[in-house]
Design a protein around this ligand. Structure first.
Ligand SMILES: Nc1ncnc2c1ncn2[C@@H]1O[C@H](COP(=O)(O)OP(=O)(O)OP(=O)(O)O)[C@@H](O)[C@H]1O
Length: 253
């Protein structure tokens, strides 16, 4: 194994993951190897059940590989899910504050940080609202602010905008891209939406159907900011979709 370069945020080396034992055993991932650059926006794409969430969980340190290694060289990882999973008894501000509390940040600093984070997702003045008083898009903005409150070096996002309407999703793509550029965080973004991957990613890693293997890696050489409905995005999305169809077809799904 070669040394991890300083600008490598994450090295996944020969990772397989099995669940269960005996006849009921399922192989979710098969010998996945991948280096992710520091500050890169990497999209993981693949058919349902190909192991995207499993791989993300391994990167986030929520799970351990059966074989192989995931090396984040001590970098802090954070997580954001599709469901905003806000705590209903806390306000928007209270939710964003949770990771700050967990990290032992003092009250006055927490307050200031919460205001900053809510402004960053354009929810200044909404700190006292409760989740049920917010729209789905606003809840996901709070969730985004909470994700950034983790101050992770590597942010793992599991279809964070999957449940939103197209308009809201478009806006949140813009916000996420802006914040990603401002903070320099490394993002690992799971999606099954090809256009979303092309809209956001520096690279797209296409996983094969179960067990997930790296089927192909696409570089997205399109200037930012991108528009999801631009011709360039559509053209690359068509190429990626064709490849994705081949992968799905190969496994008879
Ligand atoms: N804890 C577990 N126990 C048993 N099987 C599991 C477990 N977690 C995942 N699997 C299986 O591993 C495979 C990969 O699941 P995973 O959720 O990673 O796929 P995915 O690509 O994220 O799917 P989707 O796009 O539908 O969310 C699936 O067959 C799933 O049923």
């Amino acid at each position: 194994m070669t040394a991890v370069l300083p600008d490598t945020a994450l090295r996944i080396d020969g990772v397989s993951r099995f669940f269960g034992t005996g006849a009921a055993q399922v192989q979710a991932l098969d010998n996945v190897s991948l280096d992710v650059r520091s500050g890169e926006f990497l999209c993981l794409l693949g058919a349902s059940g190909c192991g995207k969430s499993t791989l993300l969980g391994l990167i986030a340190g929520l799970d351990a590989p059966s074989t192989g290694t995931v090396d984040t060289a001590g970098r802090r990882t954070g997580m954001m899910f599709q469901d905003s999973a806000l705590l209903p008894w806390l306000t928007a501000g209270g939710n964003v504050e949770v990771p700050l509390r967990l990290r032992g940040i003092r009250r006055a600093e927490r307050r200031a940080r919460v205001d900053e984070l809510l402004s960053m997702v354009r929810l200044a003045g909404m700190a006292d609202r409760r989740p049920h008083e917010l729209s789905g898009g606003m809840r996901q903005r709070v969730s985004l602010a909470r994700a950034f409150a983790q101050e992770a070096d590597i942010l793992c996002m599991d279809e964070p905008f999957g449940a939103l309407d197209a308009m809201t999703r478009d806006l949140l793509h813009d916000e996420l891209e802006r914040i990603w550029r401002q903070t320099g965080v490394t993002v690992i973004f799971v999606t099954h939406d090809v256009r979303e991957a092309v809209r956001l990613g520096d690279r797209i890693v296409l996983l094969s159907s179960r067990p997930g293997r790296v089927a192909e890696v696409f570089d997205v050489d399109i200037d930012r900011p991108r528009r999801i409905d631009s011709t360039q995005v559509a053209e690359l999305a068509t190429r990626v979709t064709t490849r994705l169809r081949e992968e799905v077809g190969r496994h008879g799904h």
